[in-house]
Design a protein around this ligand. Structure first.
Ligand code: ATR
Length: 265
């Protein structure tokens, strides 16, 4: 039996075990998948302990994605680009870091028939979550990405680092097709203090999922969002890509979508 885990803090509400176990059942691949509460600063010990127990791979979530990036001894191209890691594989002393978040977001937007080509985006946040999705969004042919961050200087530094002419800081009065909340605000039950008019006519999407995403999505609706989505679909799709990294086959996600929609609501 192969052992997997998700590391993060807090972690008790993570749906990743349900998702991976269900994929395994559907594809006839036996596996165990557990949650491990790992506070910031202690990922290295947690990984070493898990490897010693025979662990084959792990997902990594808030607040550990940058730590996982630093810990990996090999990085895939998409992890290097994201400068953040959400999927670790352990084999022959190698800790390989990958990032499936961007692909997960794109797959979920495609599932909901949201067009990215030519779209004007507002990305809120400039941390690991935002960095994890920007490369695939730019590759998908978006027209423009405005970056809003609570600490504006961090957004400016990130834009300069990425070096794509389609990214810029907010300009008052701009309108957007998609507003993505990639901040950690929802986890603290807060709504980022963006101007109310950014939501008008847009799809509002919170990378967080379940009850914690509700205040942001309700706020977006109140201020004119045309539609809203939480990050459950992204979670399921990034898990499907991580599953493929570990087991070589990408599961169909429709069964898990139906199974979990009720639970996360
Ligand atoms: P992550 O890897 O989850 O992105 P991070 O690198 O710590 O974590 O980044 C957290 C992001 O959420 C940052 O963009 C942060 O804004 P700052 O750069 O100003 O710290 C943002 N954030 C966290 N709490 C927030 C809140 N209550 N309102 C708005 N933004 C918040």
């Amino acid at each position: 039996m192969n052992h997997y885990a998700v590391f993060g803090y807090p972690i008790q509400h993570s749906l990743s075990p349900r998702i991976h176990e269900q994929f395994g059942r559907e594809l006839g691949i036996p596996l165990t998948y557990e949650r491990r509460a790992v506070p910031a600063g202690s990922l290295a010990q947690a990984v070493q302990a898990f490897i010693a127990e025979g662990g084959r791979g792990a997902n990594v979530t808030v607040p550990l994605k940058t730590e996982a990036y630093a810990l990996a001894t090999e990085l895939t191209l998409r992890a290097r680009r994201a400068q953040a890691v959400n999927t670790l594989s352990f084999e022959d002393g190698v800790i390989r870091g990958d990032n499936t978040d961007g692909e997960g977001l794109l797959a979920d937007l495609a599932y909901h028939a949201v067009a990215l080509s030519g779209a004007r985006l507002l990305v809120m946040g400039a941390g690991g979550a935002a960095q994890g999705i920007i490369g695939p969004l730019l590759d998908a042919g978006v027209a423009h990405v405005t970056v809003w961050n609570r600490t504006a200087s961090r957004a400016a530094e990130w834009i300069a680092r990425v070096g794509d002419a389609r990214m810029s800081l907010p300009v008052a009065g701009d309108s957007y097709d998609i507003v993505l909340n990639a901040t950690a605000a929802s986890l603290g039950h807060a709504v980022p203090p963006v101007p109310d008019d950014v939501f008008r006519g847009a799809l509002a999407y919170d990378l967080a999922y379940g009850p914690v995403a509700r205040p942001f999505l309700a706020h977006a609706r109140t201020h004119g969002a045309q539609s809203v989505l939480d990050g459950l679909g992204m979670l399921i799709e990034q898990a499907a890509t991580a599953f493929c990294v570990w087991h070589g086959v990408r599961p169909d996600t429709s069964g898990v979508r139906v199974l979990l929609r009720g639970e996360a609501a």
